[in-house]
Ligand binder design. Sequence first.
Ligand code: IPD
Ligand code: CA
Ligand code: CA
Length: 257
Amino acid sequence: MLNFAIQTAREAGNLLLEKFGRISSVTKKGDINLVTEADLASEALIIERIKSFYPKHSILAEESGEAVVKGGDASWKWIIDPLDGTTNYAHGYPCFCVTIALEHAGEIVVGVTYDPTRDEMFAAEEGEGASLNHKPISVSSESRLSESLIVTGFPYNFRDIPNFERSLKEFLLTSRGVRRDGSAAIDMAYVACGRFDGFWEEGLNPWDVAAGKLLIEEAGGRISYYDGSPFSIYKPPICASNGLIHDQMLAVLRPRD
Ligand code: IPD
Ligand code: CA
Ligand code: CA
């Protein structure tokens, strides 16, 4: 199933690359939340592949929602973001990916994130480690927040999030730098391979973080809520790190008056 996910993410990523810079239709899902014909074409390709190889599995996809097969086996669920980084994509900024995960009985067992512009395939299978283009990866070994490069995202509803500006300012003041690249799945893949030391974000959806969760855990990192409790992909927010700076990040993120 890992190979299937890799192959499918590569095909969908190549489709995105073919259409990159040639998008004629952009629709607004909200004030600043977009969907392009590329999101829809990529999702259609992935769903078609899953239906022909795993017809009994359920699917949760960003643009078409959740589909459970009648008489199927709902304990298997593919979780798909066909284009993570849509705003970048629509503006010609080359930072976007396809991200696909497989959940079995509530656990993510396969996760892949493919960045077609750099031809980088991040992949993980439960208990088997994480890889980048088939080479094993691990999180960074930095133990000081002050020497760390941190990444975050601004969710579409960031205006409604309490403490957002305070945390951002505090990370800017206490880390080596904060980046915002516009693709949560790439942000998490980069934590898994050590390019970033930590990541936090509010308001994400299961398809943004499902593959990234497995990538980071299999690469030796840690993921939790802001109070340190165990994270579920179905409920934001998220704090992810190499594990070593996690408590320092939580000290910034813990809600206070
Ligand atoms: C978005 C990206 C972005 C994050 C947003 C997501 P989309 O996904 O992951 O980095 O900040 O919250 O919704 O809309 O490009 O698939
Ligand atoms: Ca997304
Ligand atoms: Ca998307």
